[in-house]
Design a protein. Sequence first.
Lengths: 214, 181
Amino acid sequence: MRMDTDRLIRTLAADNGYRAPPVGYALMLALLAAAPVSLLMFFTELGIRPDVMIAMRNPFFDLKFAVTLALAIAAIAVSLHLSRPEASLRGFGWLLVIPAGILTAGIGGEMMMPQRLPMMTRLVGKNSWICMTAIPLLSLPILAAALMGLRHGAPSRPAVAGAVAGMLSAGLAATLYASHCTDDSPLFVATWYTLATALVTAIGALAGSKLLRY
Amino acid sequence: MRERDDEWTGLMRSAISGDSAAYHRLLKAVTPVLRAAARRGLARSGQPVDQSEDIVQDILLAVHLKRHTWDVNAPFAPWLFAIARNKLIDALRRRGRRIFVDIDDFAETLPGEAPAETASASEVAAQLQTLPARQRDVLQSIAVESASIKDTAAKFSMSEGAVRVALHRALTSLTAKLREQ
């Protein structure tokens, strides 16, 4: 059969009735589908720390959630923005700086308070290895789902879009992990959470450059 | 230029709210611009310009399947040209050449450029053969015989909904096959 451009156009016009859902909707469904998987992994392997009721009175425990949720929410907003073909990071990239800003403020706050433990001890913590493995592992189902959802979009830079999807999943996974981890120092968060997030971001960039092309 | 862009944006808004005739007019209107840009891109990377029609069809399919990423409050032309540039770069890269794509390629129309008469069937046509029979029949009926959805449904004793689904699936899998080439 010959398919010249006029015929193709006629065919596309005939398909005009088909309505694809917006990318945000597809992303939300995908994340909702992945959430039980990560939650199951978290509660079977890690679980919330036993002293959580006391920990909640520590502002540095709460700060961890402010940082990880700020990262997740900013990355979701940037992901949706980048799913439009004409969009670039310009004007939106600064959103991703917000979690870093909160964290920096937290480090400053901690510095001004009297501490029982020396700085290096707080930075190294007790859970660095678990942190570095748990956050990437918990984020994998979320990253896979986020990429599936974002495939409905049309990003001009698939690797960048994939990297932001990586940050999104690391932010959500770190929110779970933060409720397990007994290291609350912003110095610990700035070191190990950041390394774990960087790893997931790199995986996201790599996967995105393959999966998010359209 | 401004007028043209406004007209496109208006047509796309009508199309999104269900006006298929406006959508048809829009695709007809953008095609010469896309064709001219594809030819310029091919020429600049030392490729035969008669392959431009494959690129045009590739762009049109992407525009169609990604139109939900267009923001109805934004102008249409920048969105269209972003998709076109992406597909043009992809197409030139697939042909293994250095890429030269200018933003200016899309800025101006060279009117009156007719589609190239190529001896070989287009890439889209070649991929049609690999579709499941039902999808191919529906596509053939609508594309080649210009039958409506309704007539196509009657001809194959399908519901109109089933014809719509088959048509959309056919276009989606065609696009996927073109991308995997």
